[in-house]
Write a protein that binds this ligand. Structure first.
Ligand code: PGA
Length: 250
């Protein structure tokens, strides 16, 4: 299975920055043969991004969505609106949404369900805090997040999900899990998914996220249960994102 690399731009990217960055990425398109790539710009840049990516293999994703398809929900954006905009993916349950916007596993579960109904592929984020890790709670936290966030999902639907393990202590901090630590956790996550969904879990993609950089990417992607990466900061610069893509295709 080709590695899968997602760029999470977070709240970055004016229209002109989107144009420049995607122009640089699409120009380098020839090196993408063995890697699947998704970029997730902010909502306001999706339309421009779709136009920039028209003849490219890079796919488009969003960073969040609401649970309904339409209605009186001021300020929200539905999965079908994202599809209308050309998105095929949506990041759900990112730790920043859980931490700063109060998203619970229950809400994430409903969002996953809504995204799948609209034929969007959810990229579901899970991960423990530094405190939880230090008090040996990582596995119980991950197991709870998997159990509750994926509570509405059947085994057939599970095959359509992408999971992203992002230890919160590694996000934007420059600290990365070592390849060994990440592999152990990914193997644990796959075992949990197998308990819940059976053999479908063997082919589910589990991405690593948290301070992925050109310098650490290749070693992480060499691990058997690391199927790719969710890249924040380093996806905002064409040179560093391209070298991460190259590491994934190595
Ligand atoms: P980072 O972010 O690569 O900047 O650590 C990853 C993420 O939050 O998805």
């Amino acid at each position: 299975m080709p590695k899968f690399i997602v760029g999470n731009w977070k709240m970055h990217g004016s229209l002109s920055e989107t144009h420049t960055l995607l122009g640089q990425l699409t120009e380098a398109g020839a090196s993408f043969e063995r890697v699947e790539i998704v970029v997730c710009p902010p909502f306001t840049a999706l339309f421009v991004a779709k136009q920039e990516l028209e003849h490219s293999r890079i796919k488009l994703g969003a960073q969040n969505c609401y649970i309904g398809s339409d209605g009186a929900f001021t300020g929200e954006i539905s999965p079908s609106m994202l599809v209308d905009m050309g998105c095929e993916y949506v990041i759900l349950g990112h730790s920043e949404r859980r931490q700063f916007f109060g998203e619970t596993d229950e809400l994430v579960a409903r969002k996953i369900f809504a995204a799948l109904e609209a034929a969007l592929t959810p990229i579901v984020c899970i991960g423990e805090t530094e405190e939880q890790r230090e008090s040996n709670q990582s596995e119980s936290v991950l197991s709870r997040q998997i159990g509750q966030s994926l509570s509405k999902i059947t085994s057939a639907e599970a095959g359509k999900l992408i999971i992203a393990y992002e230890p919160i202590w590694a996000i934007g901090t420059g600290k990365t899990a070592t390849p060994r630590q990440a592999q152990q956790t990914h193997a644990f996550i796959r075992a949990e998914l197998r308990k819940k969904f059976g053999s479908v879990a063997n082919d589910m993609r589990i991405l690593y996220g948290g301070s992925i950089k050109p310098e650490n990417a290749e070693a992480l992607f060499r691990e058997p249960d690391i199927d790719g990466g969710l890249v924040g900061g380093a996806s905002l610069n064409a040179t560093s994102f391209l070298s991460i893509i190259e590491a994934a295709g190595a």
